[in-house]
Structures are given as C-alpha cells and as structure tokens.
Design a protein around this ligand. Sequence first.
Ligand SMILES: [Ca+2]
Length: 477
Amino acid sequence: MRIVSVFPILASLLCSIIVPAKGDRPNILMIAVDDLRTELGCYGESHIVSPNIDRLAASGLRFDRAYCMVPTCGASRASLFSGRRPSPDRFVRYTARIDEDSPQSIGLHQYLKRAGYRTASLGKILHYPADQSDGWSESPWRPDRSEPTITEPILGWTEPANINALLKQSRNKRLPFASFDAEDEALGDGKVAAEAVRRIKTFAKSEEPFFLAVGFFKPHLPFNAPKKYWDLYDKLPIDLPDNYYPPEDAPKEAIHNFGELRNYGGVPKSGPIPDAMARTLIRGYYACVSYTDAQIGKVLDALDAEGLADNTIVILWGDHGWNLGEHTLWCKHCTFENAMQAPLIIRSPVHRSSSQGSTTKTLAEFIDIYPTLCDLAGIKPPSGLDGQSLVPTLENPADPGKGFAIGRFRDGDTIRTDRWRYTEYSSEESSGRLKIVARMLYDHDRDPDENRNLANLPEYASIITELSKQLNAQKGR
Ligand SMILES: [Ca+2]
C-alpha cells in the first residue's frame, strides 16, 4: 500500500525533472520511407532523381552507415519506436507490434506525448495504427489507398496480350508495377503529403511543440507511380547489378526466394526473374523513389513556409534496405548489407555549424533514434533503452560512436563493424540448445559488395571468434 501511495509523488517529481520548460523544446518532424535503400542522389553514384532528400541531406547530417534492426517492416519499426533490440521472441515478423512483443516498453511517441509534445502519426509509421495508439494525441491517420485505373500498362517485359490478361485479374494477382496518368494525390503518398502540409499549418499556430511522424508507403511494392516519375527514367539504360550472382561460398540460409515479389501477377514462382522484368522492376523502384521524394519536398516546403525550420528537428529514415537483384536477390529479408543498411539523415538546427551538409561513417543503429530524439528535445530518455544517443556524432561527425551495429532476421544474427559484416545462423537442437549451422563473413575493405564469403577459410577463424563473441555479448535477448 505504501508503494502505491508513494508512486504518484515519485512520478510527478520525475516529470518535473525531465521536462524542460514549455517553449524551450524543438518540434520534431520524422519522415519514414518504406523500403528505401541508400541509392539516392545524396548517397552518390545513382541515377535516382531525389532532389528533396538531397537538399535535406545538404542541410543536415547524412549517416553513411546506419542500420535497421530487422529487415522487415513491422519488426524494424517496432524496434525503432520501442528503442529495444529484437530477439528470437521479439520483433520477428513484418506484423510485429510493441504492445504484444514488448508491452512494458514506453514507445517514443508515448514518451514524447507525456513530455508535453503534441504527437501525430500520418501514413505508415507503426505497422498497426492501433499499436500503442494512446501515444498519439489524435488517432493515427492513414489515407484511402485505392488507386486509379491503370491507363498505361508497362510494356517491355512480357507480351502485351499477357499484360492485358493480368490487368483483368483480381487484386491479389496484380502486377508488381504500374504507371498512372494521374496527379500525385491520386495515390496514397500524395494524400499523406497533403495531410502533413495541413497539419504543419495547424501546428504552426500552436504554442505546443509537435512530434509529427509522416510515413510514406512507397517505394514498397507494388512499384506504382504516376507516369511523370516513370518518364524520368524513360531513356535511362537500366543495367542489372554487377553482382547478379550469389556470393561465392555463401550458405543456403543466406539466399531466399523473395516470396514477397513472387506473389504478384506475372512473376515466375521459382527461378530467376526474367531480365526484361528485372530491368522494369529497377526502373519502377526508381520511379517510386522519385515520387516519394517529390512528396517529401512538399512537407519540407511547408515547414519552411510556416517559419518552423529553425526550431524543428527533421529526421528521415528508411525502415530497411532493398535488394534490386544483387546476389540474385529481390526485396529485403536477409542480412546482407543491402537489406540491413538504410538511409538516415538528421537535421538539428542547433547543430548546424557542426553537421550541416556533412556525412559520417559512425556506425548507427535504428535503436539509437529514440535516445537521440530525447537528447535533442532536452528530455532524459527512459531507462531500459538499448541504443545510445547520436548527438555526439551531430556535434562531431568524426565521433567513433559505439563501433558496431547488430541486427537479425529469422535465424540469422548479424554484426557490422568498421571493416566486417559477420552473420551466424542458428538452429534449435532437440535439447533446446541453439547450434550455429552456418556463417558468413565479408571484408568491406576489400569486398564492399559482399561477393565472397570468407567464413569457411581457416585464416579468418580468429576474426570470426572475436566477432561472434561481440555479437553474442550485445545482441537482444
Ligand atoms: Ca518496409
């Protein structure tokens, strides 16, 4: 009984300590992009037209080595918002939710709301809008995502007659790409951007600090975008990746059958994707990135137009990477660099002099986002978070940081260090003990595309022992 009566007093004292005075807190605009890999103008060596993400990077800090915790939508987002590492029992699938997998966690949005923020979720933020929905000041908002009629079948990958047959199929047989002769707002992300602009105008009139989380659905499959974004790449010769083959000596566990893509109409159920279709998929992905980039531009413009940019932290992340044919893989769902790495850009107005237009090679994990935003907002993070603040990197982009990034997918646990990516795959024995059944090791100094698995070579045994020890000491349980 004594504990119950004392708790509200303690809680009240705690809140009075951690919450800065009203008016001192910066706003936070979070932009989440579904399935965005680090192939963008600002990340270099890309044909992708992404002027708006590029200008955000030019005014903020671009993280060149930021990693998701789980390369699948819901699990990545639940881990990010809870600030907790995934484990074999927590944040496993795309359907993961915090209130089921980690019910004791206070979500980032819940915590900011308690600290006096007006919190809003638009579009795709957590996989289920109902997950910890009490952390949003108003019900999470999602657009109507019905799409216009396809007026322009994508040619060049199969016979026109087959396309017409596919167009008549039911929704679950739809094609993996489509072009619409339509305005941006005819599709979901255009509606998300328009709603975000409306909210920013409303929030500008309020004294309350806001945490506005804006989640775009593209470039997630299907690669459907208005025609003008396809036209950006109309003349571009699209090549298949240089490493359109599995890595040398990679275990079978590393390569999946990209079932997510094979569910679509016209995609073969097994075997390689026909080259013409592969090229169209790459072009379609590019079109969707440019479409989303244009929507992001509208949101950034609204922030400027309302005079909020100088008091608003902007953070952009993709929930995980994507394979566009590398190693013959498509989609995410693996522990290669292409699936684990994702864009991360942070623009902190008070760190302009140290970070504006800079890049960093500090290894960052997406569980670091929660304590970073608390730090930037002047709020002490809750106990029990697994990540650490990236503010030292905003203050000095050469900051060494923690020096590793750990993640997992299904039976694979993976660690990235400055030089290495190491993955070990486990299987449960009849005794219940986990046994390592396969390993991968890539030397990023010599093999940044991860084309040769070194794990079975005896000369790397001591490096593997060290990486395995570090991985198992730090991974989520
Ligand atoms: Ca995703």
